[in-house]
Design a protein around this ligand. Structure first.
Ligand code: BG6
Length: 258
């Protein structure tokens, strides 16, 4: 019988994929809360997954930022030459992250590591509504927004809500509102409560949660025991084609009692 032929880890991967109703789950060993080597494995796993999934030719790959994504980018390796026509773009405008973990930096790094190209999205964080509106008229910004719209692949991570809100310098008022609404997880600038309900959204341009459904390949890369609740809060929104790449720390905590 099929289950008995699978290794312990493969059984967990299948269980987790079934539980989240997604296409596939890959669990790497370790717990990224304590073990930075998990990021090396994430980088290799993402490279292999893209090599397997993406059709030959020019793919547009939209990526998010964060420390996990930056670690993935750092640990990606070069691709087969037929896979080197890919264009990496940031999936959304700036979300108030430090420079080295912004989506722009991550997409630039991924392109450099894999032999592809990247296009930055120059939309600063704190500008007036008027400036913002006129920036959106800029041809260079519109060009990248059009690329995001045609993305065939999205790679993103998932964070803990309150931690992410503070890291991004959200106001006291916003922090109070998130806490009052029970926000536990965050991805793409959307905040979710434990039931997966959206309780807040940072208004930024680029990819929106509802757009994910039409993207053929979606990789969610996130680990650490401390993120298990955050991961579950987002996963209710993950489209069924999602591949979740995570670690034992998160997977075991999520599967507890299931
Ligand atoms: C990003 C997501 O990729 O990673 C975020 O889009 C998420 O919205 C973040 O919160 C997590 O960051 P980190 O540093 O925990 O990897």
């Amino acid at each position: 019988h099929m289950m008995s032929q699978l290794s312990g880890m493969q059984q967990k991967e299948k269980k987790l994929a079934d539980f989240f109703e997604i296409e596939r789950c890959i669990i790497v060993s370790g717990n990224s809360d304590e073990d930075p080597k998990v990021l090396v494995e994430f980088g290799e796993t993402v490279t292999d997954a893209l090599n397997t999934l993406l059709p030959k030719g020019e793919n547009i790959i939209a990526v998010m930022g964060g420390t996990t994504m930056a670690g993935v980018a750092d640990n990606m390796h070069s691709w087969a030459s037929e896979q080197q026509n890919n264009i990496f773009v940031p999936a959304r405008g700036g979300l108030g992250e430090a420079m080295n973990i912004q989506a722009d930096s991550v997409s630039g790094m991924m392109a450099a590591r894999t032999g592809g190209r990247s296009r930055p999205l120059y939309v600063p964080e704190r500008v007036s509504k008027e400036t913002y509106a006129s920036l959106l008229q800029e041809p260079s910004v519109q060009e990248v927004l059009a690329l995001i719209d045609r993305a065939t692949c999205v790679i993103h991570s998932i964070g803990r809500a309150m931690y992410m809100a503070e890291r991004r310098g959200m106001s006291e008022e916003e922090l109070d509102m998130l806490a009052a609404n029970g926000a536990v997880g965050e991805s793409f600038g959307y905040f979710f409560d434990a039931d997966g309900e959206i309780v807040y959204k940072i208004p930024r341009i680029g990819l929106q949660l509802k757009d994910l459904k039409k993207v053929p390949f979606v990789l969610a890369v996130t680990g650490g025991k401390s993120k298990s609740q955050a991961i579950q809060s987002y996963m209710k929104h993950a489209p069924c084609q999602t591949w979740l790449i995570t670690d034992e720390g998160a997977a075991e905590e999520i599967l507890k009692g299931k």
